[in-house]
Design a protein around this ligand. Structure first.
Ligand SMILES: Cc1ncc(COP(=O)(O)O)c(C=O)c1O
Length: 407
């Protein structure tokens, strides 16, 4: 055990904050220091407990310290953790089979994070289009695809791109849910359209089904790839294993990360028939991708989703959450709309919502303010009915607090 665990709760929290300030580059601004998690709950060092409806930003799909994940990680860590892609391991191909059999994919590529998976989508599109001189990708305003140079350029938000010029060439931005705007961006060099089916960081904005079907048709007519970023929506979050299943489309490729490892870093690029042979030996790679520890953990996540009927739970708990949030919309004038699918839901506030997020946290519930004026809720996929009920009550009380003191 590290000796700092002997510090009292308050002293440990102070020490963590001090060291963070001193040694971390200042691109994050965390406030709370969590030292323990179990199921949908997190604890600070002094014992204060929070109901966690952030789930590490849609990552801890089975909640914290899930016994099946803990067991899988412990066993695999004591057996074989990493060998690199110079060799086979006895976990990655089985996870690959599980994912391909449950999706549009014929083949896939493993990586380590969401941005890296999307970088893979972009590289696939460029390699696929290279023989015909096509490399451009149409993406959408208010999207979020990651923080590498290519993915922040794909991201249709100035604030994410600011300060990083010159940005890579090859991205054109359309308005979400507006097919005419997509058509207007088509160029002879366009190879692909890339999008989220719920713009998550962009304010929990689901795509219209009719728009997605028009987009699918547009891609087919113009021989464009349809690439879906399922980093936040994938692995059960919307009530189906992948969100695209609910839109009646078959994308050419999808990217996964976040919930796939249930808290252990892993990403994947799932390639449909047109892209399954696009990467050739040596054309793309990463040292850690597909390592046995990550793949064993992800296999456990997928097994639990199936064996515990978690997709059904997402749908039912999602409906419960949605119904409660609608009551809150009807009760408070400053809460104008609820949007989302399954267990990714957002409350639209008619003004900056950071203060409301703080009030909700003070009452013991973690949520995340996104796009400045949306309270985003991302409970674990196995959240219980009682926890949803408690979260709704907490949000209601925090809204009452804010109404009484809107400062
Ligand atoms: C839709 C989407 N794509 C990509 C990313 C980037 O993933 P990562 O932070 O793992 O690089 C995120 C992260 O929030 C995301 O929500």
């Amino acid at each position: 055990m590290a000796k700092e665990t002997k510090l009292s709760g308050e002293m440990l929290a102070d020490k963590v904050k001090l060291l963070h300030q001193q040694y971390h580059t200042p691109n994050y601004a965390p406030e709370h220091v969590f030292v323990k998690g179990k199921g949908s709950w997190l604890w600070e060092a002094d014992g204060t407990k929070y109901l966690d409806f952030v789930s590490g930003i849609a990552v801890t799909a089975l909640g914290h310290s899930h016994p099946a994940i803990t067991k899988a990680i412990s066993k695999q860590a004591g057996t074989l953790m990493h060998v690199s892609n110079l060799y086979h391991n006895d976990q990655a191909p089985f996870l690959a089979e599980m994912l391909c059999k449950r999706s549009i994919a014929e083949k896939l590529y493993f990586c380590n994070s969401g941005a890296e998976a999307n970088e893979g989508l972009i590289k696939l599109a460029r390699k696929w289009g290279s023989e015909s001189g096509r490399y451009r990708v149409i993406t959408f305003r208010s999207s979020f695809h990651g923080r590498t140079l290519a993915t922040l350029t794909a991201t249709g938000q100035d604030k994410v791109q600011k300060g990083f010029a010159p940005l890579p060439d090859g991205f054109d931005y359309a308005e979400y849910n507006d097919i005419e705007s997509v058509k207007a961006q088509l160029k002879p060099q366009t190879a692909a359209v890339m999008l989220e089916l719920v713009q998550a960081e962009g304010g929990v904005r689901p795509a219209d089904k009719a728009f997605i079907q028009q987009l699918n048709q547009f891609c087919q007519e113009n021989k464009l790839l349809l690439l879906v970023d399922e980093i936040q929506t994938g692995v059960g979050r919307t009530g189906s294993l992948f969100a695209y299943e609910q839109f009646g489309i078959e994308p050419d490729a999808i990217s996964l990360a976040k919930g796939l490892g249930g808290g252990f870093p892993i990403g994947a690029v799932l390639c449909g028939a047109r892209l399954s042979e696009t990467f050739s030996a040596g054309s793309h790679g990463t040292t850690f991708g597909g390592q046995p520890l990550a793949c064993c953990t992800a296999r456990t996540v997928l097994e639990q989703i199936e064996h515990r009927n978690l997709l059904e739970n997402v749908t039912q708990r999602g409906e419960q959450l949605r119904a409660g949030l609608e009551k809150i919309v009807n009760k408070y004038a400053f809460v104008t709309e609820v949007r989302g699918m399954g267990l990714i839901q957002g409350l639209q506030i008619d003004r900056p919502a950071k203060k409301l997020e703080t009030l909700i946290t003070r009452r013991g519930l973690l949520t995340v303010c996104t796009a400045g004026d949306v309270i985003r809720l991302l409970p674990p996929l196995n959240v219980k009915a009682g926890e949803i009920k408690l979260a709704l009550k907490t949000i209601d009380k925090a809204c009452t607090d804010w109404q009484a003191d809107p400062s």
